[in-house]
Design a protein around this ligand. Structure first.
Ligand code: ATP
Ligand code: MG
Length: 421
């Protein structure tokens, strides 16, 4: 029996992991520039956390969560997203006592049991960030700019930023009612999921992908026409700030975050050319979330983006990554004594920040040189009996293809000079 990886998961092999590291480093750097600090929370949490934080009526909680029982009979779930965990950790660690706002980010695997296809997996990776403790439209604008800044810095084109306001607990109930009144006569024609949504979460009907539901909701009342003055002003200021930053967007009255604790700004970034799974980033404001967890009324705003879909987008737009850093030095050896010398020399050179490899298979000199070349080594040091006797080593510059003899005691300074580390 051969065991394969579970459906909907991926192995990322060395050629790819280098690119993942590059992308992750870009994110870490950008976070430092914007003043976000990393938080790491458990991969699994109490199931109840997501039921409350993502919402019992959401697709994620109803259909997509990996739930299991531990030995003590507690119900746990693999995290399907990051915001609920970060909000819990904020409260549990009394971060409200810190200087506000608190700006946090996370990066790691998430788990959702949905039908696997290109850009949709059971285990995937998200980067996300949250700002807690600021009501200001500037916080909304800052997270949107961060996401935009990140995608454009990768050289990606064909990005669409969709923007909407979903109101607040003051104005949304009225809108919800007018939407239900509009849809009521056609309720029976909606898809099964949307018929269920009609009572518990009617706003979600607006972003149902089914063409029938789309058609039925054409001409439905629009949230933006019914937001209260406070939400209206907030949204206007978010838009002005984004305009000033020169970021283009599409007002999208179908974009919703249907839960009560999501408020005001909702946004999504889509990218063309990667198939049906075109959403690369989703976020917004959630002023009621911390209260939902039993905490004080602390506002929040943030987003999450999927890393796998970025790679799909980069590939579809023909954008490459810089080549992986080459090997500085390969030490080729002949004979047992040479191997010992090579081993200590490699350690010394690595101490100088150089990347060094030696033969681990007892290959012939010829095939050692071949593999040094394959690995893109900049220099090769050749050590055999004669070299050990004389204390003079042959150093071959692979780029310039010339060779010189370097005395043992000068090796370190020779490479520090040449490779400038
Ligand atoms: P979708 O509409 O594609 O299901 P979503 O609304 O469920 O997306 P969010 O919960 O907002 O997505 O998550 C943010 C981002 O995480 C998405 O924009 C996407 O890039 C990524 N993502 C979500 N689910 C998956 C998945 N199953 N596989 C890969 N990436 C995913
Ligand atoms: Mg989804």
């Amino acid at each position: 029996m051969t065991i394969k990886r579970p459906r909907g998961t991926n192995d990322f092999l060395p050629g790819e992991t280098v690119r993942w590291q590059d992308l992750e480093n870009k994110l870490h750097r950008l976070c430092r520039q914007y003043g976000f600090e990393e938080i790491r929370t458990p991969i699994f949490e109490e199931t109840e956390l997501f039921a409350r934080g993502v919402g019992n009526t959401s697709d994620i909680v109803q259909k997509e969560m990996y739930v299991f029982q531990d030995m003590g009979g507690r119900s746990l779930a693999l995290r399907p997203e990051g915001t609920a965990s970060v909000a819990r950790a904020y409260l549990e660690n009394k971060m409200q006592a810190l200087n506000q706002p608190v700006k946090l980010y996370y990066l790691g695997p998430m788990f959702r049991s949905e039908r696997p296809q290109a850009g949709r997996y059971h285990q995937f990776h998200q980067f996300g960030l949250e700002i807690f403790g600021s009501n200001s439209y500037l916080a909304d604008a800052e997270v949107i700019c961060f996401a935009w800044d990140f995608y454009t810095s990768l050289g990606l084109n064909e990005l669409d930023l969709h923007l909407n306001s979903v109101g607040c607990p003051k104005c949304r109930p009225l809108y919800r009612q007018s939407l239900q009144e509009f849809l009521a006569p056609q309720k029976e024609q909606l898809c099964t999921t949307c018929r269920e949504r009609f009572e518990r979460n009617p706003l979600r009907i607006l972003d149902c992908k089914s063409p029938i539901c789309r058609e039925l909701s054409v001409g439905a009342p629009v949230m933006l026409d019914q937001v209260c003055p406070e939400c209206e002003e907030h949204f206007r200021k978010v838009r002005n700030t984004i305009d000033e930053a020169g970021i283009p967007y599409i007002l999208d009255d179908r974009l919703v975050r249907g839960l009560d604790y999501y408020t005001k700004t909702a946004f999504e970034i889509q990218i063309k050319g990667i198939g049906a799974q075109s959403a690369v980033c989703g976020g917004g404001r959630y002023d009621g979330l911390i209260e939902e967890f039993g905490g004080p009324a602390i506002p929040g705003v943030g987003f999450a983006l999927g890393l796998e879909r970025i790679f799909l987008a980069l590939e579809s737009q023909g954008i490459g990554f810089e080549k992986e850093p080459q090997l500085d030095i390969f030490i080729a050896t002949m004979g047992e004594a040479a191997c010992g010398k090579a081993f200590t020399l490699a350690q010394e050179l690595r101490q100088k920040n150089l990347s060094v490899q030696q033969d681990l298979l007892g290959k012939s000199l010829k095939s050692q040189l071949k593999s040094a070349d394959k690995q893109g080594a900049r220099f090769v040091i050749i050590i055999g009996e004669d070299e050990l006797q004389s204390g003079l080593y042959q150093v071959r510059d692979m780029a310039e293809s010339f060779q010189e003899l370097v005395p043992d005691e000068d090796l370190l300074s020779f490479f520090c000079d040449k490779l400038g580390k």
